[in-house]
Design a protein around this ligand. Structure first.
Ligand SMILES: Nc1ncnc2c1ncn2[C@@H]1O[C@H](COP(=O)(O)OP(=O)(O)OP(=O)(O)O)[C@@H](O)[C@H]1O
Ligand SMILES: [Mg+2]
Length: 499
């Protein structure tokens, strides 16, 4: 018996059709993957199921009865809990306060019973084998990955019959992502339903019993996972055959130093990093989450205070000055970790976001003419396949993956030749991922120097020339060529050299 059954679901935003007669059905006891390229309608669908959005037409049945979700509470009382693609936690509250927000265990006097809240939190962490997180930490001191884990705890605290994970692994490094896959299986084995959305095919393969594929807001296929090949899935997702995902890695490194870093420290997470990045090189950065990767990129960009020496194309740069000021070909550009916080102005249009950095470049030599600007935007939108109704659509209303593409496009338009990429393909669909990898290699071949952090190990293995593995804020190993394997990166990330 199907636990959830959706027929002909449609949803428009003004002139944009997000869902068009979509169907979906899934049963208790399975992990059901929902796949589709960026903008296919997955998150819209999930938001409707969880009562966060109204739909225009269609019918939803849960457990055999008709269900017309009017608000999140209605969804919750039916046992539906979702982890949304964009996080919803409150920065000033602690981990446990966020988890139990609006459901706090109370004392006789109606105030929060902190003792029971702590006990319930620890019990929850234990039951689902959570990675170590202190219940009394405030959210605003935590990394994106840690906050993602808290978001998962918050959904599980409702003890749902249907758990929906909308790209919940996309901000998680390997070990935590793997934990979440196990958790999804655990939910299914307990006779509940787990709906799983991810752009990482390996994860879908590892976890899903069945899968439903959306394209342009409609359902194009439903499969038993065992009975379908990756190629077929991808073809159905993007409506065309995909060339290979990873580009051929041709060495393009020269002997010219792009970036020379000595004894760089920042905060308490980055300690004494010394390394070089060469013209034409893609230097990967790996390691477990929270071991200094973010601090490294932020410090290099000048966005965080740091100590140490740094030379850019042979010239010393002061570690404290924002590298943002160094525009043009001698500058540094960053794809930041948090696209909604640092990367984008959400209410502004796609075109304004893309050209923000270009305007700075042009404003030195004169005005950027409108036609030229429109041309640049059109090129970038086509090249990265950014799915927007018009270039005037506010960036905040694009799908998650399309927002990420705008961040990437914005960085490209700076023309800086030292690029710092923090998980640049996070949430990007498999079709465009391939394009981005190819682009990274093409840029390297043109003499760009690229520092590339990815939380997805296969990306590092297939795209980087060398990989720095960070452990506890220090460079624990530098791997190159054939040494770069998933096992080698992981073992350098966790093992002590002495061991
Ligand atoms: N508030 C909104 N206003 C206008 N358009 C919207 C709004 N929310 C979503 N859309 C549009 O609906 C379409 C579907 O978006 P949705 O977020 O459901 O895609 P998705 O499949 O989750 O993609 P991704 O893999 O990138 O997360 C997109 O074209 C998006 O621009
Ligand atoms: Mg989405």
């Amino acid at each position: 018996m199907e636990l959830i059954d959706v027929k002909d679901l449609s949803k428009r935003f003004g002139g944009i059709i997000a869902l068009s007669d979509a169907t979906f059905s899934a049963r208790a006891g399975e992990v059901h993957a929902l796949l589709g390229e960026n903008g296919a309608g997955k998150s819209t669908f999930i938001q409707i199921l969880s009562g966060a959005l109204r739909y225009d037409s269609g019918a939803i049945h849960v457990g055999g009865s008709e269900y017309r979700p009017q608000n999140p509470d209605a969804a919750q009382s039916l046992g539906i809990a979702a982890v949304f693609q964009e996080l919803s936690l409150i920065p000033d509250l602690t981990v446990e306060e966020n988890i139990w927000f609006r459901h706090e265990p109370l004392t006789w006097f109606g105030t929060t019973c902190r003792k029971r809240m702590r006990a319930a939190t620890l019990e929850l962490f234990d039951r689902y084998h959570f990675p170590a997180i202190r219940p009394d930490r405030e959210l605003r001191h935590m990394t994106l990955a840690e906050r993602q884990i808290v978001e998962i705890a918050k959904a599980l605290a409702k003890n749902p019959r249907i758990l929906i994970l909308d790209e919940a692994t996309s901000a998680l490094p390997a070990i935590e992502a793997d934990w979440l896959l196990k958790l999804s299986r655990q939910i299914a084995e307990e006779g509940r339903l787990s709906i799983f959305i991810s752009h990482r095919m390996g994860e879908v393969r590892a976890v899903a019993d069945r899968l439903t594929i959306f394209r342009n807001g409609s359902t194009v296929a439903v499969h038993e996972a065992k009975a379908v090949s990756d190629d077929q899935i991808v073809t159905e997702m993007i409506g065309r055959q995909l060339d290979r995902l990873y580009p051929v890695r041709t060495a393009s490194r020269t002997e010219r130093l792009a970036l020379e870093v000595r004894g760089l420290s920042s905060g308490h997470r980055l300690r004494d990093a010394t390394f070089a990045l060469y013209e034409g090189e893609v230097l990967g950065v790996g390691g477990l989450q929270g071991h200094g990767q973010r601090e490294l990129l932020q410090a290099l960009f000048g966005a965080a205070p740091s100590k140490g020496d740094m030379k850019l194309w042979g010239k010393p740069v002061s570690p404290s000055s924002p590298r943002d000021a160094l525009t043009g070909r001698d500058g540094i550009a960053l794809v930041p970790e948090d696209r909604r916080g640092q990367g984008l102005l959400l209410p502004k249009s796609v075109s304004e976001n893309l050209t923000l950095s270009v305007i700075r470049r042009f404003s030195r030599g004169g005005l950027l003419d409108k036609q030229q600007e429109a041309g640049l935007v059109r090129e970038m939108v086509d090249f990265l396949r950014i799915k927007a109704d018009t270039p005037d659509q506010p960036v905040g209303t694009l799908s998650g993956g399309n927002q990420q593409k705008v961040v990437f496009g914005k960085m490209l338009l700076t023309e800086a030749r030292v690029l710092l990429l923090y998980d640049p393909t996070r949430g990007v669909d498999v079709g465009t991922k391939g394009e981005i990898f190819r682009l990274i290699r093409d840029l390297a071949a043109k003499g760009y120097a690229i520092l590339f952090y990815s939380s997805d190990l296969p990306e590092l293995v297939h795209v980087a020339d060398r990989v720095l593995v960070l452990r506890e804020g220090a460079i624990a190993a530098t791997l190159s060529g054939d040494e770069i394997t998933e096992e080698a990166i992981l073992s350098a990330a966790v093992l002590d050299k002495a061991a």
